[in-house]
Design a protein. Structure first.
Length: 261
């Protein structure tokens, strides 16, 4: 059972996390809340993992609060309630995964060309050793850093990210064959298709979590955003991640975003 749970930890690491980005996308934008602005995000993700030796379904409820410190700087805090349900006779595990704190700083913006860049550091606080063993997070503090680009276009926006993440386990025997440091390069055109509606195609390549594999992994997402007002968004997306020929993840994601002063 422990071996199977370890496999699921590796699959979770292989699936990019959309919860702390521009819902429902994995690729984030450079937008901030502005000084004194607030944002609340809630979502639901359902991920079906197919791997040699067993399959599982993971349910996640991510919650994120963001506060605008200046017009260019946001800080955020978030957490995710997770439930991992493997095929029988596996044991279902549930609980809160790693709390995350971070910031987004838009350090460059050209109004004439409508191009902007931001950096996004984040820290994932370790969970207990027992939660780590059950596949609910990493037992030591982990961290990540992203470089974000947004280009406003005639059709909407073009987004690009370069992300590096480091996962630190309290028990080094967990997923000994997994890379602890992983990189992701992704792009996402976002089209304004009708009043209040956006469609997006998000695609990227990531370091393969398997140390023995040389090929990078890839993912593709189709997403939609409906905004009945400027302060409220509803998001929907489908993400397909291919780790290798016989290990795959498919995620359905949906969420709501509310901005307020």
């Amino acid at each position: 059972m422990r071996t199977f749970i370890n496999k699921i930890i590796g699959l979770a690491a292989a699936m990019p996390l959309a919860a702390f980005a521009f819902q429902p996308l994995i690729t984030d934008d450079t937008g901030t809340q502005g000084e004194g602005g607030n944002q609340l995000e809630a979502g639901y993700n359902r991920t079906r993992d197919k791997a040699p030796g067993g399959n599982s379904v993971t349910h996640e409820i991510p919650l994120v609060y963001t506060r605008g410190i200046t017009d260019e700087l946001d800080v955020f805090i978030g957490g995710t309630r997770t439930r991992i349900a493997p095929d029988a006779p596996g044991v279902t595990e549930s609980g809160w995964s790693n709390p995350v704190i971070g910031a987004k700083w838009r350090f460059y913006e050209n109004e004439a060309s409508k191009l902007s860049f931001a950096i996004k550091p984040e820290v994932s606080i370790g969970v207990s050793d027992s939660k780590e063993a059950r596949g609910l997070g990493t037992g030591k503090t982990s961290y990540g850093l992203g470089l974000l680009l947004t280009q406003e276009t005639g059709f909407g926006q073009f987004l690009a990210n370069l992300q590096v993440d480091r996962a630190n386990y309290a028990d080094d025997t967990l997923n000994a064959g997994e890379r602890r440091t992983q990189y992701r390069l992704s792009v996402a055109p976002v089209w304004d298709v009708a009043e209040g509606w956006k469609l997006a195609l998000d695609t990227g390549a990531m370091t393969n979590a398997d140390r023995t594999a040389k090929d990078w992994m890839g993912y593709v997402e189709v997403g939609a955003i409906y905004s009945p007002s400027k302060d409220l968004d509803f998001a929907f997306g489908v993400i397909r991640n291919n780790r290798d020929g016989d290990t795959q993840s498919t995620q359905l994601t949906m969420g709501v975003t509310w901005r307020f002063k």
